[in-house]
Design a protein. Structure first.
Length: 609
């Protein structure tokens, strides 16, 4: 074993491959442009929807004209004696029938358009959520070390759902309302310029209200989203740690903390609601003022006969319709801004680049034998806070090597580096003589079976937890793996055996039973390299003997790397490496290390004492 005492140059900042999680910073780029790119596969559907919206707008604009014409022609118009009653009745009946047909046509167009856009929205959200989760799976472990789980969950759920409304409703409604406002203004001016100008008198007030609403609603929405993310993060952390909270009697304190966050979210939501509560009545009141002004200003003209009653009716209907799309536009712009804000958060996460990447054409040996070599390895999780300092060792295929040392000595870091969950700053790590940075990560990790102290059991059944959804592993292989590691001894006692439902994290199983499932899972994948990270710690007495037998069977014919604080569990290792402050201090068999009278002997005597 060669030890190089040379430190890296002072002041040199290594590339440690750290991303500071999901930072709440301004998104660089056009989120809206990236969002609209998701519409490209749906261009034909969008074109049909636009056509339907144009048809809907024409129908909406024509309905008041139809009734106004009927009023002027069949109710207030001049008719010859004898034919007046019958013709007027037939004319009103004809207008009513046509109006019903218009409503039916509007219903059909609106229903078709809504169904198509809802389908487009759901398809896009499905794609965005899949893309986002696929990207999250590719991120390196350092990202998950420094990013709260609740924040990632919020991005995948709430933020993705926020952009659903934009695709399924807002965009098409935005176009429809703009088209409707322009159409109403043009028709009103063509019918009577004077009445149209009276109708537009209060537009500056509407513009001021809209400007105020947009600013206030965006600010209120941003605060609400921040508070919601904060609460989701808090809930994710504290529900997972509920056992610790109850163990230390912190329920009341944590309830107060949650109540404070809940109150902040409530206040943010209330402020957002109050903005709408001011804007909606404000626009409605303005529309009533405009309507009253038109009636007062033009009633004398109607009595004089210069303006027909039908024209008055059309204007009254148009004024009601004119301010409604303006109100909707303001709210839609606000919702659009909210969707863009959520998109910026989503794309910020999507733009986090995995720092551990593999070459376009990685080296893929036919098989991995399990020879592991650390060649002058320097590693730090952040900056120059070195966890490993010039570490060199070689493990031959089939060897059983154990790492011991105090907490923080670098033992678990070595295990993580072998699977390339982190990248080193200096030196090289080789498997079968090939630098792992030149190899396929999938092949490396497929060849490694890692059993940890904290076993994660997924919701599902025992069978799915052993095969981990890998359908190439047959039921027979699952059951054989369980028998090999003694897991079948408790599985066969269960009512549904391998189909027994498992709760989240396997809470209904003991630590030993979860560990046995982990052993079965590892064996089912038949790894070449076995990593045991405190795998026999915290085991109950009932299953301790089963665990020891399972470990021995797992290690047969495999390169095995062990980390254990209980030295009794690693005394029969082919070699024991003693780590201290990130360096290798001692190396040898159990007996050789005791004879050296060094760190290992002190640890051994301390445990005996």
């Amino acid at each position: 074993m060669t030890v190089n005492k040379k430190e890296p140059a002072a002041g040199k900042k290594p590339d440690n491959g750290v991303h500071e999680g999901i930072a709440d910073v301004h998104y660089e780029g056009s989120a809206m442009k990236r969002l609209l790119a998701y519409l490209k596969p749906h261009r034909k559907t969008l074109a049909i929807c636009v056509t339907l919206v144009i048809a809907l707008t024409v129908l909406d604009l024509y309905r008041p004209i139809l009734i106004g014409d009927a009023i002027d022609r069949y109710i207030t118009g001049s008719w010859q004696p004898g034919e007046e009653a019958q013709l007027r009745f037939m004319g009103v009946l004809k207008a009513a029938g046509l109006y019903v047909l218009l409503l039916l046509a509007r219903f059909i167009c609106n229903r078709r358009q809504m169904l198509m856009m809802q389908q487009v929205g759901q398809d896009i959200i499905y794609g965005v959520r899949n893309d986002l989760f696929r990207h999250v799976e590719e991120l390196n472990m350092r990202f998950f070390d420094i990013t709260p789980v609740g924040k990632i969950v919020t991005r995948l759920t709430n933020d993705v759902e926020s952009i659903n409304e934009m695709f399924s409703n807002i965009l098409i409604k935005l176009f429809q309302n703009v088209l409707k406002i322009v159409g109403l203004a043009v028709i009103m001016l063509s019918l009577n310029v004077r009445m149209a100008l009276f109708s537009f008198v209060f537009l500056p007030v509407v513009a001021a209200l809209t400007y105020f609403f947009r600013r206030m609603s965006r600010k209120a929405y941003q605060i609400t989203r921040t508070r919601l993310t904060d609460m989701n993060t808090y809930l994710s952390e504290h529900i997972s740690g509920m056992k610790v909270i109850q163990l230390f009697g912190q329920e009341i304190k944590k309830l107060h903390e949650f109540s404070d966050k809940n109150d902040k979210l409530y206040q943010a939501g209330f402020k957002e609601m109050m903005v709408y509560a001011i804007f909606r009545p404000g626009i409605y009141f303005t529309s009533i003022l405009a309507l009253a002004l038109v009636i007062v200003a033009t009633s004398s003209s109607v009595l004089e006969g210069s303006i027909t009653l039908g024209t008055m009716f059309i204007f009254i209907q148009y004024i009601k319709s004119f301010f409604e799309p303006i109100e909707e536009l303001a709210e839609q712009f606000s919702s659009l801004q909210s969707a863009v804000a959520s998109a910026e958060k989503i794309f910020t996460l999507m733009d986090v680049k995995p720092t551990i990447t593999e070459k376009e054409h990685p080296v893929k040996p036919d098989a991995i034998r399990g020879r592991i070599e650390f060649d002058h390895v320097w590693f730090a999780y952040q900056g120059e806070d070195w966890v490993l300092k010039d570490v060199s060792f070689t493990i031959e295929p089939g060897q059983r090597v154990a790492f011991v040392g105090a907490t923080g000595a670098g033992k678990s870091s070595i295990l993580n580096l072998i699977g390339r969950y982190y990248d080193i700053q200096k030196g090289a790590i080789r498997i079968d003589g090939i630098d792992i940075r030149d190899m396929s990560r999938e092949q490396i990790r497929r060849a490694i079976g890692q059993v940890q102290q904290d076993v994660f059991i997924f919701t599902g059944d025992i069978r799915s937890n052993i095969r981990l959804r890998d359908e190439t592993i047959t039921d027979a292989q699952v059951e054989a793996a369980a028998r090999e590691v003694n897991a079948d001894r408790f599985i066969e006692r269960l009512p549904w055996k391998y189909d027994q439902q498992v709760t989240e994290r396997g809470a209904t199983f003991s630590a030993g039973q979860r560990q046995l499932l982990s052993f079965a899972r590892t064996l089912a994948y038949d790894p070449t390299i076995l990593i045991l990270d405190e795998a026999t710690a915290n085991i109950d007495t009932e299953t301790e003997q089963w665990i020891q037998e399972a470990v021995q069977r797992l290690m047969e014919g495999r390169t095995t790397i062990m980390v254990a604080h209980r030295l009794s569990t690693i005394q029969h290792a082919d070699r024991i490496i003693v780590m201290h402050h990130g360096r290798i201090r001692e190396s040898g068999t159990h007996q050789e290390l005791l004879e050296q009278d060094g760190i290992y002997k002190k640890l051994y005597l301390l445990q005996i004492a």
